[in-house]
Write a protein that binds this ligand. Structure first.
Ligand SMILES: [Fe+2]
Length: 96
């Protein structure tokens, strides 16, 4: 099993997730900057990245279900709400 309580696999998963998230954040930063996304919203989005990374880094000694809860919350709240705002903005910018 890839994700098991107290095992190395969870650490590997967290490192992989942090690496993937970092690449995703760099790509989204570039997208927001090149489409002139509102500066205040851009800064707020970046703060959310920082908060997420800190939360993931702080999960090493917590039960697996807390890790999964954190990831689930991120997927639901950030990607489906916050990232979708970027998509709407970019579509509008492309139409102009
Ligand atoms: Fe994002």
């Amino acid at each position: 099993m890839f994700l098991r309580e107290g095992g190395l696999d969870r650490d590997v998963l967290l490192v992989a997730l942090l690496n993937h998230a970092s690449m995703h954040f760099v790509e989204e930063d570039a997208l927001m900057l090149c489409t002139e996304y509102p500066r205040e919203a851009f800064e707020a989005h970046k703060r959310q990245y920082g908060d997420f990374v800190k939360r993931l880094e702080g999960l090493k000694d917590h039960p697996v279900y807390i890790t999964l809860d954190c990831i689930r919350e991120w997927l639901l709240r950030h990607i489906f709400i916050e990232d979708r705002r970027i998509g709407v903005f970019v579509k509008g910018a492309a139409r102009q």
